[in-house]
Design a protein around this ligand. Structure first.
Ligand code: HDD
Length: 696
């Protein structure tokens, strides 16, 4: 299917078909203004696009109340953006459990024979609302499950650990990674002095930052990321038995990443790349799916597992130590109807749980239980945001919350309190309240710093990456520390954070940024006996579906034989891959093949692979430089490149793995698909550090 065709054919009237209770609820909030005659906000017919003036060329009258109200509304159209995770995109879908998990939990959405509507919002933490969604960052993965027994929010990130383990530090962390307060830059990333100064003070961040600086921090899109609950939570079953768990969304499409140069160029070429990717693939019917899996831990009151502190969000339990069990599946299959009303107005909160799930005494989680409800009240300028269509549960809401800004409900009767004797809300018995931990707690009051070894897990992560992934991570540290303007901060980060992880890593980074090199043999050079490949799923030697990947078809002669086009595109379509023909101009080529993109409207970074039809190619001087650059750039980004014909790639002096040259279009396209199925691309096209020279 052609990418642009999907976008162009998107029906402007995307009416919600009410096939579930949540959709019926949404449908009742829909407003269809198509073809309606304009009115003022009191419902009177009026014209608000022409000012009321004293004469044809005269002053605008104060009496123009309709346009005044229009302007007044416009002036207030923005709600404050989220203080973190401002930039996001979202979709609706369905969650279905794969079995009956009543042995673990009484959460109704995990019992067999049920499915629930969901709304999932993906985000980046640092960039503001108009930023680029391919920026290197932790990505948010927040799901609201509209279950029969109430909303359950799973508010996670795309990597399994966190920078800090006490919520009291969260405002400091966010201040540090956002733009510097004096200058206001950079707005979309942590490559600056105060971020690294903060990190140097808090070594517990080390593993999470390494994950974000690896290619995990620049996922291709949000269909190819995991969701991670990060914290330990508690299942409680009907018998009151508690089992600790960590939750994960595991993408059925596997994990895929960009390369950094590509990610930064995408930010300029199309800063909504990931938002559009999800939108387009859903419109094309290529619905992304995830497994919902949990690691289970016995609740013996200690909150430890194999020496790992389950209350410390900076610590991971690798899948090799505790294999996740799949409990359900999620498919995202419906785009929102209105960005502001849904994606922007949704409020997630880890505090939204149903009976059967509860919390543990993790000082990060405990503050999250407060902060999200608070920030939602601020963003909606009202505590009534939970009544908005995207936030409303499908189960009845009966409480005594009354009034406040924008209360849309009309409560009947004289009672607004419970318990009462006059027929108001009946107070729930403590016996039917949400189950909580069955534990007795006591302790010496104090401010305690949870502090576990911050370097061992980072070292495990480092050694779980192959040499190419390590090189990209070294380059990312160099980029970040290369933008730190205070050399003491750079030197301290290298000597006190990176050197204890691994001496060679520290030396490579120091070499790259011209900082003092920690002496050979100082710090840690230990290679852990066990590595944890699950920590770095991008290395996985697996063959993945190519669903929704996009292939550019180029030509050296500004035309493509129809038969070649048909061979290429029928194989791509059979694999659910998308494609575009890119030529010197948009429109129909001489052979009748439609070119939807030109070198002006698109760029190589928007594609996962390139195929050049060069049959009849004589010399590359006849090929526009911009097209030659397109191919060179795709080559530099490690993408598979096919040539139907011969002579063009060799004239560009491109050689090496991942180039498929053949006169037979079928052979070329099958080789390109085969290469796309391997998520790692061809990183060997770029040189590696001379590790021996740097590390000895
Ligand atoms: Fe948070 C938003 C995930 C720690 C406070 N957070 C937010 C979102 C996600 C996460 C996915 C976006 C939700 C959306 O799409 O609307 N946050 C996490 C994870 C954390 C984490 C996985 C650690 C394990 N967050 C964290 C802490 C605090 C917050 C420790 C405060 C103590 N987070 C917020 C917030 C936000 C938020 C300020 C901003 C917008 C919102 O909540 O609705 O309350």
């Amino acid at each position: 299917m052609k990418l642009r065709t999907v976008l162009l054919s998107f029906a402007t009237v995307a009416l919600v078909q009410a096939t579930s209770p949540k959709q019926a609820q949404e449908a009742s909030a829909l407003v269809d203004t198509m073809g309606q005659t304009e009115t003022a906000d009191n419902g009177a017919l009026d014209n608000t696009t022409t000012s009321l003036r004293a004469g044809k060329r005269g002053y605008v009258l104060l009496e123009d109340t309709v346009v005044r109200k229009k302007m007044l509304h416009f002036d207030r159209e923005r709600a404050p953006e989220r203080v973190v995770h401002a930039l996001g995109h979202a979709a609706y879908g369905t969650f279905t459990p794969t079995g009956d998990w009543s042995n673990l939990t009484s959460a109704c959405w995990l019992q067999g024979n049920t499915s629930s509507d969901v709304f999932t919002r993906f985000s980046v933490v640092v960039a503001g609302i108009g930023g680029a969604d391919t920026g290197r960052d932790t990505h948010g993965f927040a799901t609201k499950i509209y279950s029969n027994c109430g909303n359950h929010d799973l508010v996670g990130n795309h990597v399994p650990s966190f920078f800090i383990n006490d919520g009291a530090l969260f405002p400091d962390l966010v201040h540090a990674v956002k733009a510097e307060p004096n200058t206001g830059f950079p707005t979309g990333g942590s490559a600056h002095t105060n971020a690294y100064d903060f990190f140097t003070q808090r070594p517990e961040h080390t593993e999470q930052l390494m994950a974000v600086l690896s290619d995990m921090g620049i996922p291709r899109d949000t269909r190819h990321i995991s969701g991670n609950g990060v914290h330990t939570y508690r299942f409680i079953n009907a018998q009151g038995k508690s089992t600790l768990f960590k939750w994960y969304w595991l993408p059925k499409l596997g994990h895929r990443a960009l390369v950094y140069d590509e990610a930064t160029k995408l930010a300029g070429k199309n800063n909504n790349f990931q938002r559009i990717d999800l939108f387009t693939t859903i419109e094309a019917g290529l619905y992304p799916e995830w497994e919902f899996a949990v690691q289970l831990f016995p609740d013996d009151g200690e909150y430890m597992y194999n020496g790992i502190d389950l209350l410390d969000a900076t610590q991971i339990v690798p899948f090799e130590m505790n294999a996740p069990v799949t409990l359900g599946e999620m498919v995202l299959n419906r785009n929102p109807t209105n960005y502001f009303a849904e994606t922007e107005s949704v409020s997630f909160a880890p505090s939204n749980v149903v009976d059967g799930v509860s919390f543990v005494p993790d000082a990060l989680l405990q503050w999250r239980l407060m902060s999200y409800d608070d920030t939602s009240t601020h963003r909606h300028n009202s505590p009534n945001g939970y009544l908005l269509p995207v936030n409303a549960p499908i189960s009845p809401v009966n409480n005594n919350y009354r009034d406040g800004y924008m209360q849309p409900k009309i409560f009947e009767g004289e009672s607004a309190s419970s318990p009462d004797g006059i027929g108001g809300v009946v107070a729930a018995s403590p016996h039917v309240a949400l189950a909580v931990a069955n534990e007795t707690v006591s302790g010496q009051i104090g401010r305690f710093q949870p502090f576990n070894d911050p370097f061992t897990q980072a070292r495990g992560f480092w050694f779980s990456m192959d040499q190419y992934a390590q090189q990209h991570t070294v380059d990312a540290y160099r980029f970040e520390l290369g933008h730190v303007s205070n050399p003491n901060v750079t030197a301290k980060y290298i000597s006190t954070i990176l050197n204890p992880v691994n001496n060679c890593l520290a030396r490579r980074v120091a070499f790259g940024v011209g900082a003092p090199m920690p002496a050979i043999g100082t710090g840690s050079s230990v290679v852990p006996n066990v590595t944890f490949p699950s920590l770095y799923p991008l290395n996985a030697n697996v063959s993945l579906p190519v669903t929704g990947l996009v292939v550019a078809i180029l030509t050296t002669s500004d035309d493509i034989p129809l038969a070649t086009y048909q061979t290429l595109t029928s194989v791509l379509s059979s694999q659910n891959a998308l494609f575009e023909v890119v030529a010197s101009h948009q429109g129909v080529l001489a052979s009748g093949v439609p070119a939807n993109e030109s070198y002006v409207t698109t760029s190589s970074v928007l594609f996962d692979a390139v195929i050049i039809v060069s049959a009849g190619f004589s010399t590359n001087t006849s090929v526009p430089l911009v097209e030659q650059e397109f191919v060179r750039e795709a080559f530099g980004h490690g993408k598979p490149i096919g040539e139907v014909g011969s002579g063009f790639l060799s004239s560009l002096q491109l050689t090496g793995p991942g180039l498929f040259v053949n006169s037979d279009a079928g052979s070329v396209i099958n080789s390109v698909i085969g290469a796309l199925e391997m998520p790692g691309r061809f990183p060997q096209r770029n040189p590696l550090d001379d590790v021996k020279a740097i590390c000895g």
